[in-house]
Design a protein around this ligand. Structure first.
Ligand code: BGC
Length: 374
């Protein structure tokens, strides 16, 4: 596996003016979701305050000694997510390999509901876990989650869904034991676009009108990964001097079945579609089902790219039924998250942003990546 790359990144506010074609639906709807989530978390904050008062000191003192005695709480936004399943399984294995006792690692399913996850965080706090690793349901709820966890003197490692720049700054300004582990989704979007650019306009421009007609299937609106992948995949085409036309842009919420339906509709409304961009592989697999049902052939009369490098998608890239994907390195991210948790438990600090590189995947290297993930 690749070595992790640790870097500090400046997370800039999204530039809406850079968005092309149909616009970025994820960014539009994120605000509403954030407001709903905020009130759910606030309720939780009140409920937990009393418990924190009672247990805070005990928890603060329980940070030295053997890892086998340490309790780790892990909150995953949703167990049914394919990518987060790979992530959490690897995290569990790696934590055990580092010396934690499997019985002391508790991983819970937030069922894509912030109120549920907030309850789980409260329960972890009252049960006296030594460290928390949290994949938030709503990254906009991070400030309140951080307040809960820091208030209980428990170190916190966020994963996969990055809190905003102000929130990360707060960790640093206050010297809190809080950090984030993830990849820069702008890189994955750029790689998706480059996979199409590398095919050349002549190949991709099937109707020879000088433009690339595409449809975009976005992930969860709250997730910066969805926002950046949507923006930067198209930007890569434009930066290469290609003219683009967005035929449809829909929110598939990272979900295969949802994407299958959306792409079926989009292809029947827009048979001139040349490229289907999906923010992740689960949705690309759904898109492929609809592409095949519409009697279209990837690599011949349509092109399809995803992100994650799920094994099934890698098999498709090898077979030519997907044009490409981008490896989202769950090994590196889960190991970095566990390492960061261990640093905190050992009284050490972490960079507030711990990054990881994506890898562009085409038929040229798909087998190699498949061999490395198996
Ligand atoms: C992955 C998606 C996943 C999402 C969950 C993204 O980084 O690419 O497959 O659904 O994280 O937050």
């Amino acid at each position: 596996m690749k070595k992790k790359v640790v870097s500090l990144l400046t997370v800039a506010a999204l530039s809406m003016s850079m968005l092309a074609g149909c616009g970025n639906k994820a960014a539009d709807t994120a605000k509403d979701a954030a407001e709903t989530a905020e009130s759910a978390v606030e309720e939780g904050a009140e409920a937990v305050a009393d418990a924190v008062e009672e247990t805070g000191t005990e928890v603060a003192n329980a940070v030295s000694g053997d890892l086998a005695d340490k309790k780790v709480g892990v909150c995953i936004y949703q167990f049914s997510d394919n990518f987060m399943t790979l992530f959490r399984n690897e995290l569990q294995n790696y934590l055990v390999a580092q010396g934690f006792n499997a019985d002391n690692i508790t991983i819970v399913d937030g069922a894509n509901d912030q109120a549920t996850q907030t309850n789980q965080i409260q329960n972890f706090i009252t049960s006296g876990v030594d460290v928390l690793i949290i994949n938030p349901v709503n990254s906009s709820s991070a400030a309140t989650i951080t307040d809960l966890v820091v208030g209980a003197n428990i170190p916190l490692v966020y994963i996969n869904r990055e809190p905003d720049a102000d929130e990360e700054q707060r960790w640093e300004d206050n010297g809190w034991n809080v950090c984030y582990v993830g990849c820069d989704a702008r890189q994955s979007g750029t790689y998706q676009g480059e996979i199409i650019v590398d095919l050349g306009l002549d190949t991709v421009d099937l109707n020879k009108d000088g433009k690339i007609q595409y449809i975009m299937i976005e992930g969860d609106p709250e997730n910066v990964d969805a926002q950046y992948r949507t923006e930067f995949s198209v930007k890569a085409l434009e930066d290469a001097g290609l003219e683009v036309e967005c035929l449809d842009d829909e929110v598939g919420n990272w979900d295969q079945a949802t994407a299958q339906q959306l792409v079926a509709n989009a292809l029947s409304a827009h048979p001139e579609t040349e490229v289907v961009f999906c923010n992740n592989d689960a949705m690309a697999l759904g898109a492929l089902q609809s592409i095949q049902a519409a009697n279209r052939t990837v690599g011949t009369d349509i092109y399809l790219v995803g992100v994650d490098a799920l094994s099934e998608a890698l098999e498709d890239v090898i077979a030519g039924t997907m044009t490409g994907t981008v490896f989202n390195d769950h090994f590196s991210q889960s190991h970095s998250a566990a390492d960061a948790a261990i640093n905190f438990l050992n009284g050490q600090t972490n960079d507030r942003y711990i990054g990881c590189d994506y890898v562009k995947v085409t038929a040229d290297n798909a087998q190699e990546i498949l061999d490395s993930v198996k």
